[in-house]
Design a protein around this ligand. Structure first.
Ligand SMILES: [Zn+2]
Length: 277
């Protein structure tokens, strides 16, 4: 049973980590009722108990608020031990100049999105019920001498699902914007044509990309462009054919003859000129 419970808690923590970005060291916001429970059931040291509950590798940071301290002090002697223990915790800043009840203080601290990623530890049933409606607020409570994390409520699960869809949609629109920017930058018609093809990419591949799965076509295989040069004989220079050679020599001879004739003609005319003079 104990192993089953722990794995259930681990799953819940993982849900908040993946859907709402909770990261270690976790922050736990503790109210007076929970401190009182920890003390009466001797669940001490509290940070160790919470660390095992959250299956965390690092000790979580424990917080309380000024309003909680004021409430514990007001309760007098019956909660003196709880007040002393609460004073050892870090005090998170709240906006209440005039002290309010711990419930309304925590609700204002959490807001509508729990930006500080607090786990809220409380025994107050009203507060727990109110927090179930806020997305991204894991609630810790105690039953006798064991601690529990509430399973994410239906609203929280729905919100996480919606959020995931939003993220996917945003990725697709971003992707389209990128494509548009790329096609505007290019002047080559063929490249534009290529982009047009990409616009019509199937939805499934976009979803895969959003999930970080690489496109297969991205990795093109280098195919051989010819036979392996190491397994071929070296190319030998082609021996010129005899006929070509003959033709070449015949051509050369004819040229030479023509030149000789011209030179001879020149010489003759020179001689004639000399004799004439
Ligand atoms: Zn406050």
């Amino acid at each position: 049973m104990r192993v089953k419970k722990r794995s259930k808690h681990r799953k819940t923590v993982k849900f908040y980590a993946t859907c709402f970005g909770f990261r270690e060291p976790y922050k736990v916001l503790i109210d007076g009722t929970f401190i009182h429970h920890l003390l009466t059931h001797r669940l001490l040291p509290a940070d160790d108990a919470l660390r095992t509950l959250l299956s965390a590798s690092r000790t979580p940071s424990l917080f309380t608020s000024k309003c909680v301290l004021a409430e514990l002090r007001r309760l007098g002697k019956s909660h003196a031990e709880a007040f002393d223990a609460a004073q050892l915790l870090a005090v998170t800043k709240c906006e209440h100049d005039k002290v309010v009840s711990a419930v309304s203080c925590f609700i204002s601290l959490i807001g509508d999105k729990n930006p500080e990623h607090f786990f809220v530890a409380t025994q107050d049933a009203d507060l727990r019920e109110k927090l179930r409606e806020v997305p991204g607020v894991p609630v810790i409570y105690g039953l006798k001498n064991s601690l529990f994390i509430e399973q994410p409520s239906v609203q929280q699960r729905k919100f996480a699902q919606l959020d995931e869809e939003k993220r996917l949609n945003m990725d697709i629109s971003e992707y389209k914007n990128l494509l548009r920017a790329a096609s505007e930058g290019k002047t080559d018609a063929s490249e534009k044509g290529c982009d047009g093809g990409q616009h019509e990419r199937p939805m499934s591949s976009l979803v895969k990309n959003a999930l970080g799965v690489a496109d297969k076509s991205k990795y093109k295989r280098n195919r051989a462009k010819g036979p392996n040069p190491l397994s071929c004989k070296k190319k030998r220079p082609k021996p010129q054919s005899a006929i070509q050679n003959q033709g070449a020599t015949a051509d050369g001879e004819a040229k030479r003859k023509r030149v000789r004739k011209r030179k001879r003609g020149q010489k003759d005319t020179d001689n004639q000129a000399e004799t004439a003079s």
